[in-house]
Design a protein around this ligand. Structure first.
Ligand code: NOJ
Length: 757
């Protein structure tokens, strides 16, 4: 008997998928479109323990067994949350041997910023303004993920976030579509490599399509009301960039977008994603988001939810129990879904499996995994990435440290391994983390006293991270921690030191999914601690460990140096030490506008000119209307001089391209990186345009005294925009101001004019 086409590796993924599709029953097809959570190991607790549980708890602990039963019946195409190679192989075998046609599972997981080696959090990677750094980091994450059997990551998160109360701001690239698009595309390349199915790489699943970051009030999962112009010009471009970079998967969002749940929106999932962007991979729902179409009172019931999601263009349902897509055969019988629509979705899923080579190599090499996970090169990549992410917010000259022999390191976050890693990590080895204290001790060396006092708590343990269960739930401070006594001890330590390094911020469980905050204040008594340390007169440096801007008005006025260190990852402490001692000069830049206070939120650099432009900065009675630090801000140990921007030709036609060139000189005696940023403003046109829009950037290293000419292109891709006046993309004949500089506050001095005829 000849081998069926779908088993022939010499055939194209498309032909193999078609052939296999033709052999599947409708029920088996629905199975391929179902992805189940699989938590734990599949072992049940003692019968007595089980007995004592509530019905709901019992359902949860028994869920993995239900998944295994589904695998044996060919009723699942994918699982998520499995990170153990032996478990991977056991489940994979079940699926292959259990299903009639031996179809392997595709395993997905949230590999957001590393698996065993933890990179700085994504917002920090964005703050590097170095897409290459993000790509290299995610290539390491992919290698570790693939080694334990993960084929596909639910990352990068490319949601634009303009409200720092929203906890998931930490997972994305901040407020800007151009920076966001560049970082999105780079991460896709890092995860996937040259092509889907490349060795040691995984499929990337940019998420959450689309508009999730605009949740009202920054409250997670709240509805988003976004104008079409903002959608096209701000929220969608990072997704387009990710698709153009070849992303194999997209995850749909939970919330209502302008009154239609994103996971049931045909306009989003088909008209925009497929017809406009040309996406040809498969769309997975966010967890239980198809069921949620009924919860959100959009769909009548679960059958309706499944039918409407599929008809909208959603291909795979991620769920815990009782999939809506399990009812697709019913929906086909009722005539609300066509079998062709089901086939289209199944074909996309099967093609991904063929591209990954899963039919040939379904299992993972259990013996090889530990070697990959412990690869020292990965730790190095994480350290170097972290070094690139720090943003020097303020420096009166106290940094880099210079010869102090007694250093006080203050703050609970300074020596908290778990906080150093940040949220969204599941399979790390916490003992491997180098904390800031450890990093400083190692770097300071013999003869320098580095003493630590935690001071006060940096957050609250009552803030439950939804993932505490999986995330080891490590307490960062003991329950009987005595803030009063510790604060006093910290102040004494600061008094006796030549320099005090105070690490302030938020515990990692205060940010991420379901971790929105109504305030940007430093949690607990950290401001009091900082004030008391500064009052000792000991020169003080504040390090900020956070994934969102915090209210640092007092610190900005009173602390001589402030360095934003984010959650810097496995080797974060070493990287922080390199920056403080000047082994590397910080060159990260803010990927968001840093407001003075939560009352200013939302606040973006790319706002519009108003009726009374001269009052732009004076629109609150009680507070400035300017931010504390602007988008793109970040200082250096070096200094740079920008020449005037030259635009050539100075006049182009609509559709033409001009080149912008500028000379940048490192005028200092130290080598450092500089992030050269190009901004434009259109003076008149079909729509009003923001007063500043980032249109390009380059991070470069300049040695002392070096001058480099940096060039950018301004063509139709940069100059077109979506206008509500025509309800379409336009490019205007107009005049455009062009600036090149080191932040979005760049002003006239370096500006030039481009005329578009
Ligand atoms: C819900 C989150 O919104 C999504 O980002 C994540 O990938 C899934 N859960 C799976 O963990």
């Amino acid at each position: 008997m000849t081998q069926p086409t779908y088993l022939d590796p010499n055939q194209s993924p498309e032909r193999r998928a078609d052939d296999l599709l033709g052999r599947l029953t409708l029920e088996e097809k629905a199975g391929q479109l179902t992805q189940y959570f699989y938590f734990g190991t599949g072992e049940l607790p003692d019968p007595a323990v089980l007995e004592a549980m509530s019905e709901e708890e019992r359902q949860v602990v028994q869920q993995p067994l239900a998944v295994e039963a589904a695998l044996e019946q060919g009723a699942a195409g994918s699982v998520l949350f499995v990170v153990n190679p032996a478990l991977h192989n056991r489940l994979q075998r079940k699926a292959i041997e259990g299903s009639r046609l031996g179809i392997p599972l595709i395993f997905g997981f949230d590999v957001i910023h590393g698996l065993r080696t933890v990179l700085p959090v994504p917002i920090a990677l964005a703050a590097s303004w170095s897409p290459e750094t993000a790509a290299e980091g995610q290539a390491v994450a992919a290698r570790e993920a693939r080694a334990v059997g993960i084929h596909w990551t639910f990352a990068p998160m490319v949601d634009i976030a303009r409200d720092p109360r929203w906890g998931r701001i930490v997972e994305g690239a901040g407020e800007d579509p151009i920076l966001g698009g560049a970082v999105a595309a780079a991460q896709v390349r890092g995860f996937q490599g040259e092509r889907i199915g490349a060795d040691e790489r995984v499929i990337a699943g940019p998420k959450h399509f689309a508009g999730y970051g605009a949740a009202l009030g920054g409250r997670d999962y709240d509805d988003a009301d976004i104008s079409d112009a903002e959608l096209h010009n701000v929220y969608l471009p990072p997704f387009r960039a990710a698709v153009e970079a070849g992303a194999g998967n997209i995850m749909s969002a939970y919330m209502d977008l302008n009154g239609v749940p994103a996971s049931g929106s045909r306009w989003l999932l088909t008209d925009i994603l497929r017809d406009e962007f040309g996406f040809d991979g498969w769309v997975v729902s966010d967890a239980n988001a198809v069921r949620s179409l009924a919860t959100q009172h959009f769909a009548r019931d679960l059958t309706d939810a499944g039918a409407r999601a599929l008809n909208a263009g959603l291909d795979m349902e991620m769920c815990m129990f009782d999939p809506a897509f399990g009812r697709l055969p019913e929906a086909v019988a009722a005539g609300v879904v066509t079998e062709e629509a089901v086939d289209t979705a199944v074909r996309r899923v099967l093609e991904a499996k063929f591209r990954l080579g899963l039919f040939e190599n379904p299992y993972v090499d259990e013996a090889a995994a530990p070697g990959v996970l412990s690869d020292a090169v990965h730790r190095d990549v994480a350290r170097k990435a972290a070094e690139k992410t720090f943003v020097l917010l303020k420096n009166d000259g106290i940094l880099p440290l210079a010869g102090q022999r007694r250093i006080a390191v203050i703050g609970q976050l300074a020596d908290s391994p778990r906080d150093t890693l940040g949220p969204w990590v599941f399979d790390h080895d916490v003992d491997e983390t180098v904390t800031i204290l450890e990093g400083l001790r190692a770097r300071a060396g013999e003869g320098v006293q580095v003493e630590h006092a935690p001071g006060v708590r940096a957050g609250s343990r009552v803030f439950p991270s939804m993932f505490d269960r999986m995330d080891h739930g490590l307490p960062t401070v003991a329950d009987d921690f005595d803030d009063d006594a510790e604060l006093g001890r910290a102040v004494e330590l600061a008094r006796s030191a030549e320099v005090a390094i105070v690490v302030i911020g938020q515990n990692q469980n205060m940010i991420g999914e379901k971790a929105s905050t109504s305030t940007l204040d430093l949690p607990g008594r950290q401001l009091e601690l900082l004030q008391a340390v500064v009052a000792t007169g000991t020169p003080t440096v504040a390090l900020v460990m956070s994934g969102r801007p915090l209210d640092l008005r007092w610190a900005a006025r009173n602390v001589p140096a402030i360095l934003q260190v984010w959650y810097p990852g496995t080797r974060g402490g070493e990287a922080v030490a390199s920056a403080l001692f000047g082994d590397v000069a910080p060159a990260g830049r803010l990927p968001f506008t840093w407001p003075r206070t939560v009352g200013q939120v939302p606040m973006v650099y790319s706002h519009y000119r108003t009726f009374q432009p001269e009052e732009q900065g004076q629109r609150y009675w009680d507070e400035e209307s300017t931010p504390l630090w602007v988008f793109g801000h970040g200082l250096s140990y070096a200094s740079f001089r920008y020449g005037d921007a030259r635009v050539e030709p100075a006049e182009i036609g609509v559709g033409g391209t001009a080149t912008v060139a500028v000379e940048v000189t490192n005028t200092s005696g130290v080598a450092a990186d500089e992030v050269v940023q190009l901004y434009i403003h259109q003076r008149h046109g079909t729509s009003t345009r923001p007063i500043r829009e980032l249109k390009g950037f380059q991070r470069l290293t300049l040695v002392a005294g070096e001058t480099r000419t940096v060039t950018f292109e301004l063509g139709p891709d940069q100059l077109r925009y979506w206008s509500a006046a025509t309800r379409d993309w336009v490019q205007d004949a107009t005049e455009i101001d062009v600036w090149v500089g080191g932040s979005s506050a760049v002003t006239e001095g370096t500006g030039a004019l481009l005329t578009v005829r």
